[in-house]
Design a protein around this ligand. Structure first.
Ligand code: HEM
Length: 388
């Protein structure tokens, strides 16, 4: 109980502290799960076939086989990649329309949603479902809220998306989908999922992707923005390319903070005996802050991405056979959002705090982004001009 309270107060400091105190590199978390703190052992868990046979835990039992999971991942990745130019145009417009002060991280998910809404569901497919998806983003239902009262509030206001998606899947499966080009993510999933996947399972898969594309990318944009604004030179443009900022933010504050693998057979790992079914968790945060593998890992330093030999274990998208299928497109989406937000504008934040809220994801605490547009070639509206 006391340990849980300590964990809640400072989750990342807590696991770091436990990891430092554990001589074997494997330690127990307050809720009973095991965490692999040692970087080499953690990479074995993610990459070794012994822990990565069968199907990927990401999908639960929604898809029947590993080949079906692979096909699914590639199809979603290809669709999102093909529509990146449209995302980029939408993002430039959405960033330009932001009010001078916007609330984050909520705005991050909403921006990404607005820029991918047509990709997720073509405009005239189901206005009700589209409105409900937007509402789901607005009430913050894509990531579990940190406090019980917030979760209760979200639960009350959250639209029930699944029955609407099931209905649409059933209708599209009955009517057939265009053979040549998918209209949206739903067509892509219907085309790639084997017939044995039920409409309810397909709806769950669709919502899983909705969460990855909008929630995880949106919260990663929020961290990148906060970190860059807090560490950039005051009253000046960011001194780093957007791509370095996105990479360094995902290192410093990875949104997916734990990834788990089941132990397949009785085994000893890091000197600790495990029974089949026990879960070994790997924390990208711990690997990204390993002082033996990174120079000053506690410092947000985007320039490290241009320095040779400055790359320790980097796993914001996991690693090994079950690595995120959308890693490269997600990285591009985050960088593009940062580029659009910084274009022709002066950005500052107030209320920023680097301690995350940790639930099923590690998200940043609320902050306000002040975005002041700079007249091209002239001083900014609010600050009287950018400093070199
Ligand atoms: C910043 C955004 C994202 C992060 C941090 C992220 C992270 C992850 C992680 C950590 C896993 C693997 C979990 C494991 O090893 O068990 C995963 C799996 C996956 N992600 Fe992402 N993801 C992101 C965005 C996306 C996007 C945009 C897509 C789709 C275009 C996507 C598609 C997938 C798929 C299909 C898998 C399952 C891979 C497989 O097992 O075959 N993700 N993601």
């Amino acid at each position: 109980m006391v340990e849980m309270l300590r964990f809640r107060r400072d989750p990342l400091g807590f696991v770091e502290n436990y990891s430092h105190r554990s001589p074997s590199g494997v330690f127990r978390l307050p809720w009973g799960a095991w965490c692999v703190g040692d970087s080499d052992l953690a990479l074995v868990v993610l990459r070794d076939p012994a822990f990565n046979t069968g199907t990927a835990p990401f999908f639960g039992d929604l898809l029947p086989s590993r080949p079906a999971q692979n096909d699914f991942g590639h199809a979603v990745r290809n669709l999102v990649r093909a529509r990146l130019p449209e995302y980029r145009v939408n993002m430039a417009k959405a960033a330009a329309e932001l009010p001078e002060a916007s609330q984050w991280p909520a705005t991050g998910a909403m921006l990404v949603y607005r820029c991918t809404a047509d990709l997720l569901l073509q405009p005239d497919a189901s206005p009700t479902l589209r409105r409900s998806m937007e509402q789901a983003v607005r009430v913050g239902s894509l990531v579990r809220a940190p406090h019980m009262w917030q979760r209760a509030l979200v639960e009350m206001r959250r639209p029930k998306l699944k029955p609407m998606v099931v209905e649409l899947v059933t209708a599209r499966r009955r009517e057939g989908i265009p053979a040549d080009e998918p209209r949206d993510l739903l067509d892509t999933l219907i085309a790639v999922c084997p017939d044995e996947v039920t409409s309810r399972e397909l709806a769950d898969l669709y919502l899983l992707m909705f969460l990855s594309i909008v929630g995880t990318v949106g919260h990663s944009v929020a961290w990148s923005l906060l970190l860059a604004c807090l560490h950039g030179r005051p009253r000046s443009s960011w001194p780093w390319p957007a791509d370095w900022i996105a990479r360094e933010a995902a290192r410093h504050r990875p949104v997916v903070w734990m990834v788990g693998r089941s132990v397949p057979r009785p085994t000893e790992f890091g000197g600790v005996p495990f029974q089949p079914g026990a879960v070994l968790s790997v924390s990208p945060y711990l690997l990204h802050h390993d002082e033996n593998r990174w120079t000053r890992p506690g410092v947000f330093r985007p320039e490290r991405w241009a320095e040779p030999g400055e790359h320790g274990p980097y796993v914001p998208f996991s690693s090994g056979p079950f690595i995120c299928a959308g890693a490269a497109v997600a990285q591009t989406m985050i960088s593009d959002a940062l580029t659009a937000l910084a274009d022709g504008a002066h950005l500052t934040v107030t209320g920023g705090d680097l301690r995350p809220f940790v639930t099923n994801a590690a998200i940043c605490r609320p902050f306000v982004l002040h975005r002041t547009t700079k007249p091209r070639g002239g001083p900014s509206r609010r600050e009287g001009g950018e400093q070199p």
